[in-house]
Design a protein around this ligand. Structure first.
Ligand SMILES: Nc1ncnc2c1ncn2[C@@H]1O[C@H](COP(=O)(O)OP(=O)(O)OP(=O)(O)O)[C@@H](O)[C@H]1O
Ligand SMILES: [Mg+2]
Length: 271
């Protein structure tokens, strides 16, 4: 995303529009008045499900009284589906596993996920993919939207928990469509307070601050879940660049404040 600082006109390129670092450098030399909000290389980093969560894993965030944030145990499979059952056993991953296409390229297929319940069916999956342990989280997900220094959180319904009985009785691979498109807002739902309680603000502020720095991005969102039965064990399962902010309450104000702050050179980057 690029911003012209004098007229406050914004050019928003779709995140999959190809802009190389070289093209951007050239453009910036010709138009020094333009501010680059987020560089393409950094955006590219979150299009790969392995590298997108690396910053969270490295951070290993733990704040006394507020909780811990990690990523579910995961494994990358580049090719050869027949090797998956052994690779999973070797890595010590527990079933059920969520299988996600390795690269998020904007296509519907890159958001087609599967839930694998038994070891033998793992070889039916199609690499390249990331296999992630499914973490029970009470069917509620927190979408944490970051716009510069502002943070907004909304609750959404998510996949339901998988219990021991289901795990014993289910076999095979279940494909599920793009959950975020189908998931309803859980803001007004009558939920168990332990499930509904938002992640503590200080934890989110620290996480957002670190990820802004580590990812080198200012406009992104984090999908976060709380392990069911715990109060303070959180997992980041997904990071999206320039998500649909229209679902964020008062996003118009958040965005205008962010852009105005940029115009006042508060956030101007020398790139
Ligand atoms: N490790 C996990 N444990 C539990 N549930 C998970 C896990 N990973 C994904 N899910 C569920 O699957 C949904 C989609 O996962 P994810 O966000 O990683 O995929 P996506 O293709 O980027 O989808 P979207 O665009 O819908 O966010 C999540 O909202 C959540 O309900
Ligand atoms: Mg997601």
């Amino acid at each position: 995303m690029y911003m012209h600082s004098l007229s406050l006109s914004c050019f928003i390129f779709p995140s999959f529009f190809f802009v190389s670092s070289w093209m951007l450098k050239d453009y910036r030399q010709k138009h020094p008045e333009v501010t680059v909000l987020d560089p393409p290389d950094a955006i590219q980093h979150v299009h790969n499900r392995q590298s997108m969560l690396q910053g969270v894993a490295d951070l290993n965030l733990s704040l006394d009284c507020y909780g811990k944030v990690g990523v579910p145990k995961q494994l990358v499979i580049k090719k050869d589906p027949s090797s998956i059952p052994d690779a999973v056993a070797k890595a010590g991953l527990c079933l059920p596993l969520v299988a996600k296409p390795l690269v998020v390229d904007g296509s519907a297929q890159s958001h087609e996920l599967s839930l694998a319940f038994d070891k033998s069916s793992l070889s039916k999956l199609e690499p390249p993919l990331v296999l992630q342990e499914f973490v029970n989280h009470g069917g509620v997900l927190f979408k944490v939207y970051i716009v510069g220094e502002a943070i907004k959180v909304v609750r959404r319904f998510s996949l339901p928990d998988v219990n021991e009985q289901q795990l014993l009785n289910c076999a095979g691979v279940f494909r599920f469509p793009r959950v975020s498109c189908a998931a309803a807002s859980a803001e007004d739902a009558d939920l168990d307070p332990l499930i509904a309680e938002l992640p503590p603000r200080p934890l989110l502020e620290r996480l957002a601050k670190e990820l802004r720095r580590r990812l080198g991005l200012r406009l992104f969102n984090i999908d976060m879940i709380r392990e069911h039965g715990t109060r303070d064990r959180f997992y980041v399962i997904d990071i999206n660049y320039f998500p649909g902010y229209a679902k964020v309450p008062e996003y118009e104000h958040v965005f205008t404040d962010f852009l105005l702050g940029l115009v006042q050179s508060k956030y101007k980057v020398a790139w």
